[in-house]
Design a protein around this ligand. Sequence first.
Ligand SMILES: Nc1nc2c(ncn2[C@@H]2O[C@H](COP(=O)(O)OP(=O)(O)OP(=O)(O)O)[C@@H](O)[C@H]2O)c(=O)[nH]1
Ligand SMILES: [Mg+2]
Length: 369
Amino acid sequence: MSINCGIVGLPNVGKSTIFSAITAAKAEAANYPFCTIDPNVGVVTVADKRLDKISELVKPQKTLPTVVEFVDIAGLVAGASKGEGLGNQFLGHIRSVNAIVHVVRCFEDPNITHVSGRIDPLDDIGIINMELALADLEVVEKRLNSMGKQLKSQDKAIATKARIQVPILEKLKVELAEGNLAKNCDLDDEEVEAIEDLNLITLKKVLYACNIDEDSITEENEHVKVVRELAAGEGNGVITICGKLESEISALESKEEKEEFMEAAGIEESGLDQLTHAAYKLLGLRTYFTAGEKEVRAWTFKAGSKAPQAAGVIHSDFERGFIRAEVFNCKDLFELGSEARVKEAGKLRVEGKEYVVQDGDIMHFRFNV
Ligand SMILES: Nc1nc2c(ncn2[C@@H]2O[C@H](COP(=O)(O)OP(=O)(O)OP(=O)(O)O)[C@@H](O)[C@H]2O)c(=O)[nH]1
Ligand SMILES: [Mg+2]
């Protein structure tokens, strides 16, 4: 399971600047609304000090971190859902992502055009949410229109599914048309599952990335405070990132230079690390490791997963043919220094199908298919 995030926001708020900085891919960035006309996809690795430490101890041939994929699309404007601007054409590219990164302009700079001519994060977020809701409305209406046939289908499974979906879709249609987000429509878990295949964007969790100026790094500005309040009420996440500095940092060659630059600017965690860590937190994701002479590797799984499901992240065969897992936590490895000593100390456990995998576990799966 690798996770992916879709980046949305108004034009010219710094989406591509942040995207390029974090992926060091060459997404176009220019002071020109709508310069992103192709979806840009970038894959980044998730920094994890524990992985480095395990590698130091195990000395494998290779070390593989987990990754997060980011998709950069063109800015959305009011009316995008009715064909204004270019953004809504690209919403299709982010329908299947796990989370939305919503870039909000929280920096003042008279040289950089704002589409509404003033900096107002709540207003900006409102415009984007309205467009996302209307884009989802289109999907819901399309599905509703095709329901007549399905309700009459000879295939019982299709007819039953349609009967379950119709009332949920009707409810969503009314709410989305008013600009309400699908996740605020009081759907219970079963209802959400029943319409999962629609991939509604406004059902996804959001991470607000406030693009701030240099002065606001050490002292939070008023725009960011407003976004924080909003996000807290929604159960969404917030990070602050200075697009301008991040792009300067990404241009530096060595790790030392980057660290020096960040320290001088007062940046504690790079934009990329902030983004990936916040996304993990927002989505309830955890990391386990596999460690052998050939390869030490980090894997992403959902908190609360039992051993077979966690094994399925590596390969579906591991889940299907799961027999047992040999487990110890990386903390034990760090304390004792080697797997042999972990074993001697009786810290290596054999766990079965009901074991709930913990963050930082080092897993060895036994399976048979
Ligand atoms: N002052 C300042 N300028 C920034 C910052 N981030 C981005 N910019 C500038 O804002 C302009 C637009 O940035 P982009 O990254 O292309 O914006 P975008 O959101 O991708 O825009 P579209 O793709 O057109 O929707 C560029 O001239 C950037 O240099 C920032 O943190 N501070
Ligand atoms: Mg762009």
